[in-house]
Write a protein that binds this ligand. Structure first.
Ligand SMILES: [Zn+2]
Length: 340
């Protein structure tokens, strides 16, 4: 029996040595120390032994059991440590890998120009007015002194939806709507927004573009107010040293009407490719609100007068940043957009 126990010890310790997982070690424990294991088997046979042999074998059996138990526990600790190390190694993060960059967006150049204009004019006491892009013939044309069959309608080739509705060709219908709502009271507004004309798209034309229009109606408003306002705005957008000049022009809704030029910001007036050698750049149109337009909107044109002006936002952006093709604004090419 002694040999049997010693043999068991040798076998158990050998199996413990080679077991490399906690599960394998647990199997070894059940195999050698479990109720149905060989240890129990041996101890059960002790009844057949003599009185002298019994305590000797009993002592040995306890020693063997304790030895297996201790070795097993020590090996379990070892295996736990190895398993932990392997797990940590598998979950290691390589801090030298490049991170995932997020790209913050920014305002589109056209929006930046609109924001800048809005800031300026709100500072001058204006409010911002908006209106629908699908307009009626009434607001887009008739209220602005462009009755049906007026030849000046040809200046704005239009997208008609029905005979009486169209995509607005300018932001002026917002002016007409605001004047009607004002009910004879003074107005100071700017109206930024998209407008649509049936243009051939090329480097300087697009069938959809953006305008900002301004309108002031009050008692004794004169051309001097218009010129002063435009000077403030031009200096804000193109620099303090810019001059403006007004040239006579024609728009159906203003009388008198003017085209406004600014002194070339590139050559300072000497003449260059931007100003086509003239020293001046045409930048916007405006004038005194036609008395008939005021009357149609419910104003007494003998007491109230006003001025209006309209600017192309794309044209501003092209002039200010030397952009040579209007289509760059709409193609969403990041190489272009990220420059501003
Ligand atoms: Zn120039």
């Amino acid at each position: 029996m002694k040999e049997q126990l010693e043999q068991l010890q040798v076998e158990a310790l050998e199996e413990i040595k080679v077991a490399s997982t906690q599960k394998a070690l647990n199997d070894v424990r059940i195999k050698y120390l479990g109720k149905k294991g060989p240890m129990t088997e041996v101890l059960r046979g002790m009844g057949k032994l003599s009185a002298e042999e019994r305590p000797v074998v009993g002592e040995l059996a306890n020693k063997v059991r304790a030895s297996i138990q201790e070795t097993l526990e020590a090996r379990i600790e070892e295996v736990k440590a190895i398993e932990l190390e392997a797990k940590l190694a598998a979950e290691t993060i390589d801090v030298t890998l490049p991170g995932r960059t997020t790209f913050p967006g920014n305002s589109h150049l056209l929006q930046q120009i609109i924001d800048e204009m809005e800031d300026l004019f709100v500072g001058l006491g204006y409010t911002i007015a908006e209106g629908p892009e699908v307009e009626t013939d009434l607001y887009n044309f008739e209220m602005l002194n462009l009755p049906k069959d007026h030849p000046a309608r040809d200046m704005q080739d239009s997208f008609y939806i029905t005979d009486e509705t169209l995509l607005r060709t300018h932001t002026s219908p917002v002016q007409a709507r605001t004047m009607l709502e004002a009910n004879g009271q003074p107005i100071r507004i700017i109206c930024p927004g998209k407008v649509y004309r049936r243009d051939e798209d090329d480097a300087t034309h697009s069938h959809q573009f953006m305008q900002i229009e301004g309108l002031v109606v009050d008692e004794s408003i004169s051309m001097a107010d218009l010129k002063g306002t435009l000077e403030v705005f031009v200096k804000q957008l193109f620099g303090e040293s810019r001059e403006i000049r007004l040239r006579p022009s024609f728009f159906p809704f203003t009388e008198p009407s003017v085209e406004v030029d600014i002194s070339c910001f590139k050559c300072g007036g000497k003449g260059c490719n931007v100003c086509k050698g003239t020293g001046w750049i045409e930048i916007l149109g405006g004038g005194m609100v036609h008395p008939h337009v005021l009357e149609m909107a419910g104003y007494d044109s003998t007491k109230m007068s006003g001025f209006a002006f309209g600017i192309g936002v794309e044209r501003m952006a092209m002039l200010k940043h030397g952009v040579d093709d209007i289509r760059h604004f709409y193609t969403n090419d990041l190489r272009f957009i990220e420059q501003f």
